[in-house]
Design a protein around this ligand. Sequence first.
Ligand code: GAL
Length: 471
Amino acid sequence: MDSLQFPESFAWGAATAAYQIEGGWDTDGKGRNIWDTFTHQGGDRVFKNQTGDVACGSYTLWEEDLKCIKQLGLTHYRFSLSWSRLLPDGTTGFINQKGVDYYNKLIDALLTMNVTPLVTLYHFDMPQAIEDQGGWTSEKTVEVFEKYAHFCYSTFGDRVKLWITINEPYVFSKLSYEQGLLAPGKGEPGVGAYQSGHNMLKAHAKAWHTYNTFFKEKQKGLVSIALDSDWAEPLDPNSVDDKEACERYLTFRLHWFAKPIFIDGDYPAVMKSEISRKSKAEGLTTSRLPEFTDDEKSMIKGTADFFCLNYYTTRKVIPLKQRGPSYDSDMGAEGIKDPEWPESGVEWLAVVPWGLRKLLAYIKDTFGDPNIYITENGFAQSDPPILQDTHRWGYFQETLVEVLKAINQDGVKVKGYFAWSLLDNFEWNSGYSIRFGLFHVDFNQPNLPRTPYFSAIQYAKVVKGNELISK
Ligand code: GAL
């Protein structure tokens, strides 16, 4: 048996998001958000028209969550604030004190347990009132978000030292405003995702500057954004077309947000040229990809104090020839799964642990060797799940081996790992049919009991020893 030690003070965490666990959707003055609206509209856009009205009940059962965190021995816990629980109409015009009290209790209790909170300001749950004004497709949201961020820093920043402004701008922009799959379900192919991404980049940058200018000196915290990406390789490594398609795949996915923030404040050249060329051919006078002014570029550049990476899977890439304006035809690339890769619980999640190592090394080389936290990684079970999920623990173990190789052999500065997720929860369009939890939640019982999977018991051992015992 090899003993595989992680670096000293490695952050061991698990992650959740407000809408996916809290429930209490209209309790104690919480305002509506886009997921409340979307799920209540029915129409089978979510598995069996399920909703997050109750979810894991964490709004009332948060102490049960703390027991799970304690059982795992985590050093860190990543959760998100429900914007409309704090500010029911999204603006600071009215503050819902009960919402503030809720997060204060949670943060204080975590600190008492010596668990460091990593807090996400926005995890897919836009207040409905802001969505009604255009949500992320409207420029006005940039300022509203900045004020929300300011409010959160001033309310919780005496105790919260690690912040994520926005979770996965790619996933949200593409799945919500391009494809219309996620709330608010308003897809405008080839247009909506770019507008949303543009405003998210500006909102993130402003929120970073707000912290830097008004809070950093006193609070001494760090602010970043959580970017998700697949790892990608050309299907045929000898094909020039596949290689170029693969580069475009990573560019449109990862560089779209990482290049402006970590390198130079602007979009990748290939995105600018491809989208502008296609827009012209469609008879448009301006590109469907908005442009940043020079001032905006300097405002965006350098606005992350560390790199937050959400990694789930890998794709083999081939060129895509598709007509009509859309993100996919702009990218001109298609990612496919290798049939050899095992699948975990859900069709898109091919298990490729080595992809994470490659992606980490790529980020190190491409984006200035930042400190990296893996802020989400995990494996699902379909329903009904088994408690003795040895296969799933195997995937976690293989992944952690790759993380260690990235640290020890490739010199990547990986500072922490957060399993997605602490609990089985409301998995967006899949409702409760996909289970990502380290803890099983019995959604059929009113008290929503949490029970550790085998993976949780094993993860606790890794956390405790700060090492992985490999075969
Ligand atoms: C991420 C998202 C999480 C979770 C996870 C698993 O994209 O941030 O909220 O749902 O995927 O699908």
